[in-house]
Design a protein. Sequence first.
Length: 153
Amino acid sequence: MLNLEHRIPPPLVALLTVAAMWALAQIGPRFAMQAELRHVLVVVLVLIGIAFDVSGILAFRASRTTVNPLKPERSSSLVVGGIYRITRNPMYVGMAILLLAWAVHLSAWLPFAGILAFVLYITRFQIRPEERALQRIFGEAFSAYCARVRRWL
């Protein structure tokens, strides 16, 4: 399974999850929600998800470190400010929230399993390998950061 670590870009994992969630919505039970409420909820979730994603990217850019999730060993600085005071993985949190918006939009129960699958996959094959690389690079500073800030939320 090590050969899956840092192999598939997380945005592609999210897009594959979107497709799987759509397929699950076609075969599973649906739920009723007033259309206006559903639309408002989807918009709010999309805005929150984008805010997490953009905040994470901007913090990386400001610190002049790599944004490439497939090459964590190229990290030149440990980003711990801004959105990174709330979560160690704001871009992945943002993607998960966007998947939540998609599940609400689909108005079906089974697509919510896609969010769990995304979180489990990203944790195992992206975040944990990133954390190992960051631990090697930043040592005690990274350990202290992990003790203060949760991996997700």
